[in-house]
Design a protein around this ligand. Structure first.
Ligand code: AGP
Length: 608
């Protein structure tokens, strides 16, 4: 979704804005622009298309100054074009605004402003904010922004500059991410840390309904009542290299290669003295014993991790689990009460659907446990307990290493709950703990087989439609494999439970249809072999993924087999997902797609 960068300092602002926006490209965008305060005026340049187009435009103009805001837009209201691009300017040309989110009552505000004589240029919801700030401005920009936001409904991260305040950037947020970076004689705002990491590691995380005033001296945070708020500085301990490609052709490949180390980072520190220690969890044994049901809510890949979580928790901890996509959960008046725990899973911690679903569950009394990757994100801050996935920054839109760490966190939760409930004896518990710690090594071995997966992908990148079928945990895994392929290869794909195909969808299998089949679940193995025979009998080409010990048998029915190390079936999804990710990656490369920034998609989905 949209990316924001703002700067106030001594240096020329334009390259700082452009370089910062480049670091936010992964979020997805269709247009870009900057506004720079200079000599009593705001110079604004914006355009449809990639940042390279904006840079080209800027080359021929002499735009410089020491205060400015920049934006990459992911269109919601109004098509991607030059006019709808941000920044948006007030009618008096004094105030420029960039915005991420949706102003829900913009139509009413627009009518009001039109009745006051304001003229609109764009179709965006954002333009009302620029005009409303002008309307409210009586010589104090912070106050004008506060008054404006008191009338605004919806989600926003905002950056504002004004010619009357040539040494100030004002910013604000509600339900859309925005951070403040503190430098020496220079300060920043950004949608995400990588945009400013080159300049500073000291961050202030804005809370909802807060406004910040940035000058060269520092940053002052206020609530919407105008009261000053103190905020602790958060020091980022990962470096620029973590957010760069480091010699890999794509972030996605780099991130897949990081899987072994980030799984280790998520699991190992939580196993202490042969026991699982879940950070500073305040969930008591009493709450756990009284828990009637667990809800898992998430979106996309995180939702697929949640489906694995359901299997794990039900099997090990014997607590019923309902998994739902956050956007559905939120609006179905879910039957949630104080005897339930809701697990919220999100890489970014800012996905609006997930955040809102979490608030819905919390409102109904449920205890919230968040599995989140971004420290200090909205979901992490609002949850009762947080289990961080230590995946580091994930830049490619297609989530890979974050999914692996979400599974790692869910293994820890399921095993810890089961142990606390007295459902695992010492021996079984210790065996599970040591097998859990073998996952990184197993993923490493799968990554070594990439050339074989690449070869298979090259033979099938022209497929029109691909089916993923599996049973039990392999069904959950199939859902993720299918999503990965869809989002970066643009090939139609569906995931089906192995036993469900014959109830209708098998009609779509014809000569040459590609079917990908993970077979990692011992107790379902024979059933799955039968399902493979069924699709083969109708002409399908089958790629199977199975533990080494079954390769010989599976080779008799499938066209190609990828072996994963022999591992306890419960942990197999964490290993068998890597070949599916690699397959999607190589198909996408072969098709010449933009692997890291697939069309129409955004990394952090901060609108509904
Ligand atoms: C994954 O490849 C997708 N890009 C997407 O489904 C993602 O997992 C989803 O939008 C949820 O994001 P989150 O984990 O940041 O909440």
């Amino acid at each position: 979704m949209c990316g924001i960068v703002g700067y106030v300092g001594q240096k020329n602002v334009t390259p700082i804005l452009i370089e910062g926006l480049k670091k936010l490209e992964y979020r997805g965008y269709d247009s870009a622009g900057v506004a720079v305060v200079n000599n009593g005026k705001v110079d604004m340049v914006k355009t449809k298309g990639r940042l390279a187009v904006l840079e080209d435009k800027l080359k021929n103009l002499n735009i410089s100054g020491t205060v400015g805001i920049g934006h990459t837009r992911w269109a919601t209201h109004g098509e991607p074009n030059d006019v709808n691009s941000h920044p948006h300017m007030s009618n008096n040309h004094k105030i420029a605004v960039v915005h991420n989110g949706i102003i829900e009552n913009y139509m009413q505000l627009k009518e009001f402003l039109i009745s006051k004589g304001y003229e609109f240029k764009s179709e965006t919801d954002t333009e009302v904010v620029a005009h409303l700030i002008e309307y409210n401005y009586k010589g104090n920009l912070v106050k004008a922004v506060m008054n404006t936001l008191n009338d605004v409904e919806g989600a926003y991260a905002l950056g504002v500059v004004c010619t009357d305040c040539p040494h100030q950037v004002v910013a604000a947020r509600k339900d859309s991410p925005l951070i403040v970076g503190l430098g020496q004689g220079e300060n920043f705002i950004a949608s995400d840390i990588p945009a400013i990491l080159e300049h500073t590691r000291d961050i202030l995380i804005l809370e909802d309904r807060e406004v910040v005033s940035l000058t060269t001296e520092g940053a002052e945070i206020y609530n919407l009542l105008g009261e000053k708020v103190e905020r602790e500085v958060f020091h980022v301990d990962w470096d620029v290299a973590s957010a760069e490609k480091g010699g890999y052709e794509h972030f996605m490949m780099k991130e897949m290669f990081e899987e072994p180390s980030v799984i280790k980072a998520t699991i190992n520190p939580r196993i202490q003295n042969n026991d699982i220690v879940l950070d500073k969890f305040r969930l008591t044994d009493e709450m756990l014993f009284n828990c009637e049901k667990i809800n898992i809510v998430a979106c996309g890949t995180a939702y697929h991790a949640g489906v694995v979580g359901k299997y794990l928790i039900e099997k090990l901890a014997r607590i019923p689990v309902e998994v739902d996509v956050a956007s559905e959960f939120r609006y179905r008046d879910p039957m949630v009460n104080e005897k339930q725990i809701t697990i919220v899973i999100s890489q970014s911690g800012e996905t609006l659907d997930t955040l809102m679903a979490m608030r819905e569950a919390k409102k109904k009394g449920s205890r919230i446990l968040a599995i989140v990757n971004v420290v200090g994100s909205s979901i992490a801050r609002e949850a009762d307990d947080v289990l961080y996935t230590w995946a580091g920054p994930e830049i490619a839109v297609a989530s890979t290493k974050a999914y692996n760490t979400q599974l790692s966190a869910l293994y820890l939760v399921a095993l810890s709950f089961a142990r606390r409930k007295g459902l695992l004896d010492d021996k079984t518990y210790q065996t599970y703990l040591s097998q859990l710690q073998e996952i990184p090594q197993c993923v490493e071995q799968v990554l070594q087989q990439r050339e074989m997966i690449q070869k298979f992908a090259y033979e099938h990148f022209n497929a029109k439609s691909v089916f993923f079928i599996g049973r039990g945990l392999d069904h959950a895994l199939s859902m993720e494999g299918s999503l990965k392929l869809k989002e970066i290869s643009y090939i139609h794909s569906e995931a089906y439970a192995g036993g469900e195909l014959k109830h209708g969808t098998i009609a779509l299998i014809e000569e040459g249809t590609l079917v990908v089949c993970p077979l990692t679940q011992e107790h379902l193995f024979e059933k799955m072999v039968s399902n493979i025979r069924e699709v083969k009998a109708r002409g399908a080409v089958v790629l199977a993924i199975t533990p080494e010990k079954h390769v010989e048998e599976v080779t008799k029915v499938a066209d190609a087999v990828i072996a994963i190390p022999d591992i306890e079936p419960l942990f197999a999804p964490a290993v068998a997902v890597t070949p599916l990710q690699l397959f999607a990656y190589y198909v996408s490369v072969m098709k010449g797609n933009d692997v890291d920034k697939p069309r129409n998609l955004a990394k952090s989905v901060t609108v509904e």
